[in-house]
Write a protein that binds this ligand. Structure first.
Ligand SMILES: [Zn+2]
Length: 364
């Protein structure tokens, strides 16, 4: 097990008024360290992906524009319009090139670390909406694409990409639509931006999508794995896996309406990595500060076989309290989100429409 990160992710990046404007990966590293789950022997530093490497997926003119916007902290109107930079979703801020370029480097590093087997966790990765020639949905570059390319470069013959984020993993699905070595599965909230990823959408044959209606529970996520995803995995027999574990499907998330507990996501990822010889596990969305930091810290612990304590030590509670309430949180954060790591499970009866959708995919 390797934990891949870079000091650039220790602090917040996006402006404070943005949904991503809080300390994310840095807080996960700090919490894992103070719980005794992470030391310097496990933490692998990612490097910035070189321009030539980024150009395997991204257009040179877009990279020029992004780099210039980061350097100048401004962009001409035509550049903003053409590359969707300087928008409310993808604002101009310091590090808007340097950080995603390191996230791409981290995803390549993670792929390299698991070449001979094992798991690498890279929570700064997971920017699944990035397009070759423009920014989209809080993403400037597409690091999961580089995790997959890295695994293929390392000799993997069939890569399965699984996306648990509440939003459809559109950028990754489209990037590999024509590549017969890559399979994608996205389970996301129905009707949510970018509004793609319908049940019928199979890409060019190797994509599967399962939109869950608002309210999706632990039981429904587990059912998706049992009746659709794991059987499909068994049929594909991938020799490498990339999982995007966005935390915006959690009950607390202020932007989305799925209702998973963090334990449901931990179990889903654990079930997947157990079924393949090598896996890269990425982060993604997640807009509730405490819910996100608890989720990814507990994910690392779960994959590393650690016992999660019922109550966090005082320093851990101080850390979570210090994250603040996030942009859309009003009033106080629920106490259990500051004192514990594991959520109570969120079971619910599986809805008929979900049963039908899963059956459709399971039979495909
Ligand atoms: Zn998302």
């Amino acid at each position: 097990m390797h934990f891949v990160s870079n000091p650039i992710f220790d602090s917040a990046s996006f402006p404070s008024e943005h949904p991503l404007g809080f300390r994310r990966v840095g807080a996960v590293v700090e919490l894992c360290r103070l719980l005794g789950w992470l030391d310097d022997t496990r933490l692998v530093r990612s490097d910035e992906a070189p321009r030539k490497v980024l150009e395997r997926f991204h257009a040179a003119d877009y990279l020029d524009a992004l780099q210039a916007a980061d350097e100048n902290q401004s962009a001409p109107r035509e550049v903003r319009r053409r590359y969707r930079l300087g928008t409310p979703d993808n604002p101009i801020f310091r590090g808007m090139y340097a950080r995603p370029a390191r996230a791409c480097g981290g995803s390549l590093k993670a792929a390299e670390l698991v070449q001979r087997g094992g798991i690498a966790f890279h929570p700064a990765g997971g920017t699944h909406h990035g397009r070759p020639d423009r920014a989209a949905g809080f993403c400037f570059l597409n690091d999961p694409v580089f995790a997959i390319l890295g695994l293929l470069d390392g000799g993997a013959e069939r890569v399965l990409y699984v996306d648990f984020d509440a939003h459809h993993g559109d950028g990754v699905q489209d990037a590999f639509a024509a590549d017969e070595r890559v399979f994608t599965f996205s389970v996301h909230e129905a009707g949510r931006w970018p509004r793609t990823g319908a049940l019928e959408d199979r890409g060019l044959g190797r994509a599967r999508n399962l939109p869950l209606p608002a309210g999706g529970s632990d039981s429904e996520l587990a059912w998706v794995l049992e009746a659709a995803l794991l059987p499909w995995l068994a049929a594909i027999t991938p020799d490498a896996l990339v999982v995007q574990c966005g935390a915006d499907g959690l009950f607390e998330d202020p932007l989305c309406r799925l209702e998973y507990s963090n334990g449901a996501l931990w179990q889903a990822v654990a079930d997947l990595v157990a079924a393949v010889p090598r896996a890269v596990v990425l982060g993604g969305g997640g807009y509730h500060p405490q819910a996100l930091v608890r989720c990814w810290s507990g994910l690392w612990a779960t994959l590393d076989g650690r016992k999660i304590p019922d109550e966090l030590p005082a320093e851990g509670q101080v850390l979570l309290t210090g994250l603040g309430g996030g942009r859309r949180q009003h009033g106080n954060v629920e106490p259990r989100l500051l004192t514990s790591l594991a959520d109570p499970p969120r079971p619910a009866p599986i809805r008929d429409e979900v049963r039908r959708a899963v059956a459709t995919l399971g039979a495909a």
